[in-house]
Design a protein around this ligand. Structure first.
Ligand SMILES: NC(=O)c1ccc[n+]([C@@H]2O[C@H](COP(=O)([O-])OP(=O)(O)OC[C@H]3O[C@@H](n4cnc5c(N)ncnc54)[C@H](OP(=O)(O)O)[C@@H]3O)[C@@H](O)[C@H]2O)c1
Length: 177
């Protein structure tokens, strides 16, 4: 079972403001007509999303549910899933390898791991195969970090690099074992 990350961060490495706000990311100044910065191609390559509970709570505040693949929310709590998402969302918990084993037994082959704390756990467990990181040209100074402390270095190989006229740049990495 493969697990990948597709995420955007500020230049100083934050995925949200401290209060979870992502206004700096959804800023229409960065829109380019017909450009989705590789999202649709990435989402077609995955068959399940493993989402941290904090990210799920943020997503619930959006007008629409955008996900076309099943979402498993990682939580140690009892979550109340809104009625309209009952067939689309389920909960899961455990260490990263156990969660991937469970998903693999259900027939899934490629998980999109989303949410800072969740990604950090998967990286520590050496279970992330690839990371696509879009850098937004803004410094936030503080916020929710994408990466955290590590006991040892994690090396990556750059597979592809792109940049756009709006200042966004994107690196696609393979995580080296
Ligand atoms: N910039 C971007 O592209 C981007 C992408 C995604 C998210 N975000 C933002 O990032 C913020 C959320 O990130 P975050 O780092 O705070 O948290 P997160 O990773 O989304 O969620 C963390 C929570 O997930 C649960 N969890 C994590 N690992 C688990 C495990 N192994 N088993 C069971 N539950 C587990 C725990 O919730 P419980 O306490 O319920 O157990 C934990 O507190 C949001 O503001 C979101 O909007 C931004």
């Amino acid at each position: 079972m493969k697990a990948s990350v597709f995420i955007a961060s500020s230049l100083d490495g934050f995925i949200a403001r401290t209060d979870g706000d992502i206004d700096w990311l959804t800023n229409p100044d960065y829109d380019i007509d017909g450009e989705d910065f590789g999202y649709s191609s990435f989402i077609k390559s995955v068959d399940v999303i493993l989402m941290g509970r904090n990210t799920f709570e943020k997503v619930l505040t959006f007008d629409q549910w955008h996900y076309t693949v099943p979402v498993r929310v990682c939580t140690h709590r009892t979550l109340s899933i809104p009625d309209h998402l009952q067939n689309k969302v389920d909960v899961i918990s455990g260490d990263p390898s156990t969660m991937l084993e469970v998903l693999s037994k259900e027939g899934f082959v490629h998980a999109y791991v989303d949410g800072g704390l969740l990604i950090q756990q998967f990286l520590k467990a050496k279970l992330i195969a690839e990371i696509t990181l879009t850098l937004i040209p803004v410094l936030l100074g503080s916020g929710i970090p994408l990466f955290g402390q590590l006991e040892e270095d994690i090396r990556l190989e750059l597979l592809q690099s792109k940049n756009w006229e709006n200042g966004l740049s994107q690196n696609h990495f393979k995580v080296l074992k």
